[in-house]
Design a protein around this ligand. Structure first.
Ligand code: C2E
Ligand code: MG
Ligand code: MG
Length: 701
């Protein structure tokens, strides 16, 4: 082609049309919808402007060139308000829009002028009547001549648009990275340069066709490139976010499932927790109601779990709980309920029976399942359970009430000591409130000095001389009166008050012995009872040592009594504890011997000095052959092991004689003396000394 400029114009027509199409497409995904549409229209107008330019350049004569030139004018007049509008819509403020309408009105007037005037609105006179030669030798119809005032007006409007665009770009540069791109700035400069060349061509100083279309093409291409890149980025980001969201939703679903499970299940054992248990109980309750059957709720408390946790570690405690859960689950039927309510508390729901007897059989089966020893990390542990039972419809009229009634029964069972079972009874309600009152009073008892000790002598079987005084705690409450240890020691254990109370007892008993020593009772020692919780305390050794030091006593002056059932719970650890205490030189004895099912093999290992035969055997020793036999066996056992044996609860001379015959070393009981206040105990010791003097003088006499 020998008209390369015209060819370039035609190519730019295609390119600008493509840009228009692209901008229209972008209008859908960009956040600048209005600006994109305007931009598309501008691209299209520029395409037509370029086409009209090509037509003018290729025109065969002046008439055709002027006609094409009027279209060139028309499209350039259309562009001015469009560009104003584009910038105004990017700017987004009301004022520039208003200006845009003014510009459009002026442009409309110029369009009318353009088609009415003989050479278009631009020229008053034409200085050209044929194609002219361009600087690079090509020939094209480029018009020039005397310009009009209307043309100046349009130039002002175009200049205004360029100025507005520049101001906007500078302002937007600070906020929007998109406008601060180098390409955009380069195209703006190109537009300004190509547009400012037009007046020189119009005057004929420069033989050049209008180039602003190319300047704009550069802007359109680079701008669309940027917007497209941003749109792609945004799309990728969108895809990434929606994928992440999907993952999030999925994991949220899983988490909420887990959460729901955790809300109604116990993490350790996998059994339902309190909430889960209540749901199931309610369902069972409704079924029992409609089928007119009975339903039982059995609450089980694993006794002295704290001891296992404290001595063997929480891991062992946890294993134990898991094993309990396993046993309970395997005994209860599919329709039954087994749940864990608290740290050591389990609930078993039994339903579908018409009679009490059938329910009783099931309760017994559950208790039998948890009775055998548990093996935890290779250690055999004998555990007991306190149990409370309540039955529908006899004891409650709703699932919640049934659980509460069973809890009351359990409270009573716990008060009776480890391993007890109680069935709900309405009077429990009252005893519970009493218990709460007692618990509150107990908190202040030590500070208020409401505790004191009684002393009960242990006498040698051979000559009835007092060798030991057992300290027995008493609580004198201002309104409740005298409270016996059986009633408040379990409470003190449950509330943790036992640590302070226990230390006080050890200290007070040692002080009393020191007093006795001062007045010359050098042969007597003192015995103190230790509770299960106390044996657990890590500072027990320190407490004992300090009390001995303060009273100026040595280890052998003190005896510590520990009940057999406590030792049997965790035999191995008990042995370790007892060895540590023995290291201090104190004497150790097993209290209530015969009630804890100790095995002979185990007894051999216990580092103790004495067994205290439980008074339940002593009581009927004269009446029951069996009890006599048990006492004889126990005494034989103690002798084999080289230990002393003390008989508790000796109430009459017959018992004393029989026990003496069996070979008991020491005797204790009402027959010799009741537990006595300190001063009475002192009097008894004096009497004891007197009788010795008397008998020795008699012997010597
Ligand atoms: P225990 O150590 O077996 O004490 C003997 C209990 O039997 C005492 O009851 C005593 O009064 C009673 N008793 C003594 N001789 C006879 C008798 O001939 N016939 C009858 N029926 N009973 C007799 P007490 O003082 O009520 O103490 C009960 C239990 O409370 C004690 O049993 C002991 O385990 C515990 N206890 C007492 N004082 C303390 C203490 O300071 N700390 C701790 N942890 N427990 C204590
Ligand atoms: Mg005792
Ligand atoms: Mg006892």
């Amino acid at each position: 082609m020998d008209t390369p400029v015209a060819a370039l114009y035609l190519i730019s027509v295609g390119a600008l049309a493509m840009c228009a199409f692209q901008a229209a497409l972008l209008a859908r995904s960009s956040s600048y919808t209005r600006a994109c549409w305007t931009f598309a229209v501008i691209c299209m107008t520029f395409a037509l402007f370029q086409f009209a330019n090509a037509r003018q350049q290729l025109a065969p004569d002046l008439v055709a060139a002027i006609s094409a030139h009027k279209w060139v004018n028309f499209f350039s007049l259309m562009l001015v308000p469009q560009i104003w509008y584009l910038i105004a819509s990017l700017d987004g403020r009301a004022m520039p829009f208003r200006v845009t309408y003014g510009v459009a009105a002026v442009s409309a007037w110029l369009v009318a002028e353009n088609f009415g005037a003989p050479f278009g609105y631009r020229f008053a006179q034409l200085a050209v009547d044929a194609p002219s030669e361009l600087p690079w030798g090509e020939r094209a119809f480029v018009l020039a001549g005397e310009t009009t005032r209307a043309y100046t007006v349009n130039r002002l409007l175009s200049f205004g648009a360029v100025l507005y665009a520049a101001i906007f770009c500078v302002r937007a540069r600070r906020q929007r990275a998109r406008f601060s791109n180098g390409l955009v700035w380069l195209s703006v400069v190109l537009i300004v340069v190509t547009t400012s060349l037009a007046p020189y061509s119009d005057e004929g100083t420069l033989k050049l066709p209008y180039l602003s279309g190319f300047g704009f093409l550069f802007l359109a291409a680079s701008y669309l490139l940027l917007v497209r890149r941003e749109a792609t980025q945004r799309m990728t980001e969108k895809i990434r976010i929606s994928a992440a969201l999907e993952r999030e939703v999925a994991s949220h679903k899983l988490a909420s499932l887990r959460f729901e499970y955790a809300l109604s299940n116990d993490a350790l054992t996998g059994l339902p927790n309190r909430a889960g248990a209540l749901d199931k109980l309610r369902a069972m309750f409704l079924a029992s109601e409609s089928s007119l059957t009975r339903m039982a709720v059995l609450l089980l408390d694993l006794d002295r779990l704290a001891i296992i946790n404290g001595t063997r570690g929480y891991e062992a405690g946890n294993q134990l709980l898991v094993e309990v859960a396993h046993r309970l689950r395997s005994t209860s039927g599919v329709s039954g309920l087994v749940a864990r309510l608290g740290s050591a508390r389990f609930v078993v729901g039994i339903a579908g029976h018409k009679t009490w007897a059938a329910l009783e059989r099931e309760v017994e089966a559950v208790l039998a399942a948890v009775k055998p020893p548990f093996t935890v990390s290779g250690t055999v542990l004998n555990m007991t359970f306190s149990a409370g039972v309540a039955i529908y419809p006899d004891h409650a009229s709703s699932a919640e009430d049934l659980l509460a009634s069973a809890a009351l029964a359990l409270h009573q069972a716990r008060d009776a000591g480890p391993g007890n079972l109680r069935v709900f009874h309405p009077s429990l309600q009252q005893s519970l409130s009493e218990r709460i009152g007692l618990e509150n009073a107990l908190k202040e008892a030590l500070e208020q000095g409401q505790f004191y000790l009684h002393y009960q002598p242990q006498v040698r079987a051979s000559d009835e001389r007092v060798v030991c005084m057992e300290a027995l705690i008493r609580w004198q409450h201002p309104t409740l009166g005298l409270v016996m240890p059986d009633k408040f020691i379990p409470l003190a254990e449950a509330t943790g008050a036992i640590a302070a109370i226990g230390s006080w007892v050890i200290d007070a008993a040692c002080q009393q012995l020191a007093n006795w020593r001062e007045i010359g009772f050098t042969d007597v020692r003192v015995a103190v009872n230790l509770s299960a919780q106390q044996l657990l305390l890590s500072d027990l050794g320190d407490t004992v040592q300090l009390a001995l030091q303060r009273a100026g006593l040595s280890g052998e002056d003190l005896e510590l009594e520990i009940t057999e059932s406590v030792l049997m719970q965790d035999p191995q650890r008990s042995i370790e504890r007892l060895n540590a205490l023995r290291g201090l030189g104190v004497r150790l004895s097993i209290d209530d011997f015969g009630t804890g099912y100790s095995s002979l093999g185990y007894l051999k290992l216990l580092p103790v000095h004495a067994f205290k035969l439980d008074r339940s055997f002593v009581r009927d020793i004269g009446k029951s052959e069996k009890d006599l036999e048990i006492c004889a066996t126990a005494v034989g056992l103690a002798r084999t092991l080289g230990l002393e044996i003390v008989a508790e609860g000796v109430e009459d001379a017959v018992q004393a004689a029989q026990l003496r015959k069996l070979g008991c070393h020491l005797l204790q009981g009402y027959y010799f003396a009741r537990p006595l206040a300190a001063h009475a105990a002192t009097a008894l010791l004096m009497e004891d000394r007197e009788s010795l003097r008397y008998s020795s003088t008699r012997e010597s006499g």
